[in-house]
Design a protein around this ligand. Structure first.
Ligand SMILES: C[S@@+](CC[C@H](N)C(=O)[O-])C[C@H]1O[C@@H](n2cnc3c(N)ncnc32)[C@H](O)[C@@H]1O
Length: 254
């Protein structure tokens, strides 16, 4: 039952999931079952990229890509007070807006969808942002190159829902991704997940709370039903393509 998203009484996960690991739905989901990760995104390109954006892909993107191989994100901008990662930034509106609001922070975005990357580059260019780096590929490949405890904050906003049961295994939030996020986030680091698909909200809550690595900060329903004060709505979110109102889950790395 999709109780969190539908606003009914808290479900078993909310009431006691942290003390009851291994409850229904997670049995058998071990890393070996889901490795290597399945593709969690749709098409890489849906339409021709406009000439101006294509020029940014050619000229700006190479300077924004993190180095190949393992790297310490803190070295990319040594005066940054924090390093944030946005996974699946889509058209880059949220990433660019957060970076503009917080010039003291380095924001790294990961997105394999080429039209999205091109759009993000336009936002970065127009706003003259110098505190954004772009990995034009799978976030899981990027995270694998990061040292332990090297991120202060991560966003997973409205990830592809893969609502059909047979496609659920393509969802980005899997035990393996949660473990990797726990590895790269600092203790006390923050993670925000948002979705307007009720089943994906419950799915994610269950997986983030299965171990002891993440603590859900919600104290009452307003904490997941009301967009957080620092949230920036994207055109994708506004389409309301899901089956429930947007739900926001904020976690802290323990
Ligand atoms: C439904 S869109 C939402 C975009 C954006 N977060 C927003 O709210 O407007 C989800 C995005 O996640 C991206 N995505 C899916 N799997 C990914 C992965 N493994 N790494 C990085 N991005 C991924 C997709 O390409 C897609 O652009």
């Amino acid at each position: 039952m999709n109780t969190i998203a539908s606003g009914k009484s808290p479900n078993a996960v909310f009431m006691g999931g942290r003390d009851k690991p291994g409850h229904d739905g997670l049995e058998g989901e071990v890393m070996s079952d889901i490795h290597p990760p399945l593709r969690s995104y749709g098409r890489l390109k849906t339409r021709t990229i406009k000439p101006r954006q294509a020029a940014l892909v050619e000229n700006l993107l190479p300077s924004l890509r993190p180095p190949a191989g393992p790297f310490d994100p803190r070295a990319l901008k040594s005066d940054a007070t924090e390093v944030w990662l946005e996974i699946g930034f889509g058209g880059g509106e949220h990433m660019a807006a957060q970076a503009a609001l917080r010039p003291d922070i380095l924001v790294i975005g990961a997105e394999p969808f080429q039209n999205g990357v091109a759009s993000a580059l336009r936002h970065i260019d127009e706003a003259g942002l110098t505190n954004v780096r772009v990995h034009d590929g799978d976030a899981r490949d990027l995270m694998a190159r990061l040292p332990d405890a090297s991120l202060d904050r991560t966003f997973i906003l409205f990830p592809d829902p893969w609502p059909k049961a047979r496609h659920n295994k393509r969802r980005l939030v899997q035990a393996e991704t949660v473990a990797e996020l726990a590895r790269v986030l600092k203790p006390g680091g923050r993670l925000r997940f948002a979705s307007d698909w009720a089943d994906y909200v419950d799915w994610s809550l269950e997986r983030f709370l299965k171990g002891a690595a993440f603590r859900w900060t919600a104290e009452d329903a307003a904490d997941w039903r009301v967009p957080p004060a620092d949230h920036i709505t994207t055109r994708y979110e506004e389409k309301r393509l899901g089956d429930c109102v947007p739900v926001f889950l904020d976690f802290v790395r323990t």
